[in-house]
Design a protein around this ligand. Structure first.
Ligand code: ZN
Length: 411
């Protein structure tokens, strides 16, 4: 999926703005003596932007237009150090809303739907993004935000919400509550728009079956507008990405080079029309791949696979590189196990050890199962973890993102 002529000319507009604003990227371009790209090769020679660059620009160093044009800021989480602040112009907010509206449309959601929005409002891009798209579509927004499960379920029943917007963790929590309370027949949900974290096929199946809904994966990140830059269509063959607003590349995280379509790597995004804080070749650290070929829906928007993890998720244990997805794949092969698991890594007596807690889907011989799972993990990653099979519902449920890997070595 090469950058096309139109996209190149849009990148050149962004380059001019960045140089004029003299922010970190503008300076980088000047140092490299670049003020224009005219070929694919020249584009691919442009420097990357990193999250660290964005943090260093705190608070408003990313602003690429006059301050009076900025109508809003959003901020991404600062789990380590300073947060990132992204300024938006009125056009940026409008473009984002258009993209989000398109997401709802691709999911077959219409202005007759009632959209129950549980992601958080505020500095986050989540809740307000779902809201903007909903209002542009003309559907009824039910702006719940997270938490207060009693009230969520009451409103869901009384208002007959038809679409649930949530993280996969919260969708699972709600599905389990609905089952526990036996109120499934009072719930009118038909579709779920689920975003912002990696989730396995098993968790997807559980949410879809327990709520009896079709699920759509929505993609996005605060640095690039927020959620809503892509979604799967009803054929469920990957997420279509809105390449009239963004250009997306997949690179090998080690070499920084583009990989052929179909191969896994790290997503890198260039905004094509953003005004408040344009980004060129931003490394997202999300792992995915371009899906080659055409989608049966006929749309020519390119597709990427569901996010399989993050390049910085990699755990180094006993000298071996391990990704949470590898463990998840082993667990998914056991029908006796449910979707929820937690990995804890600690350092005891001079040695790394990995403990895996995983919920059973029903009652079975936990001890025998533990041994089988430990052996299966060993054959995949090369060393034997300690496995604890626990009862369904034992692990914590989250209203936001579930923390699946806890590294206790550096605490
Ligand atoms: Zn499609």
């Amino acid at each position: 999926m090469q950058i096309n002529e139109k996209q190149l000319s849009q990148v050149n507009n962004q380059i001019q703005r960045l140089i004029a604003a003299d922010n970190f990227y503008g300076k980088r371009l000047k140092e490299a003596g670049i003020d224009h790209v005219s070929t694919v090769e020249e584009f691919l020679a442009l420097p990357f932007s990193e999250k660290e660059d964005l943090r260093d620009a705190y608070p408003l160093g990313l602003m690429t237009c006059k301050e009076e044009e900025i109508v809003r800021i959003h901020s991404s989480s600062g789990t380590t150090g300073k947060p990132v602040i992204i300024p938006y112009t009125a056009k940026d907010v409008d473009d984002w809303g258009e993209m989000f509206k398109r997401c709802y449309e691709f999911a077959g959601i219409t202005n007759k739907d009632r959209i129950h929005i549980t992601p958080g409002y505020g500095l986050w891009t989540a809740g307000i993004g779902f809201q903007n798209g909903c209002e542009k579509l003309g559907a009824m927004a039910i702006p719940m935000g997270p938490g207060n499960t009693d009230k969520q379920l009451q409103m869901m029943m009384d208002l007959k919400s038809t679409v649930l917007c949530a993280t996969s963790s919260y969708a699972l929590l709600l599905a389990e509550e609905i089952e526990k309370r036996g109120i499934g027949d009072k719930i009118c949900l038909k579709k779920g728009v689920i975003g912002s974290e990696r989730w396995g096929e098993k968790m997807r199946q559980r949410i879809s079956t327990e709520l009896g809904i079709e699920l759509y994966d929505i993609y996005g990140l605060t640095e690039i507008y927020g959620p809503g830059i892509g979604i799967n269509c009803k054929y469920d063959t990957g997420m279509h990405i809105w390449d009239d607003y963004l250009y997306l590349e997949i690179i090998d995280p080690a070499t920084g080079r583009n990989v052929p379509d179909g191969e896994w790597g790290e997503i890198v995004i260039t905004t094509l029309v953003k005004e408040g804080a344009p980004l060129i070749r931003f490394r997202t650290h999300d792992l995915s791949r371009i899906i080659p070929g055409e989608c049966p829906c006929g749309s020519s928007y390119p597709r990427i696979d569901v996010i399989s993890g993050r390049s910085d998720d990699m755990m180094k244990i006993k000298g071996v590189n391990v990704f949470p997805k590898q463990i998840e794949e082993v667990l998914a092969a056991f029908p006796e196990l449910s979707s929820e698991y937690q990995i804890r890594i600690s350092h005891l007596d001079g040695k790394d050890s990995m403990r895996i807690y995983v919920e059973a889907s029903g009652s079975s011989d936990f001890k025998a199962l533990q041994q089988k799972v430990a052996a299966a993990v060993k054959s995949k990653i090369g060393f034997t973890p300690i496995v604890y099979v626990v009862e369904l519902g034992f692990l914590p449920r989250s209203e936001k993102k579930s923390k699946r890997v806890i590294d206790e070595r550096f605490q």
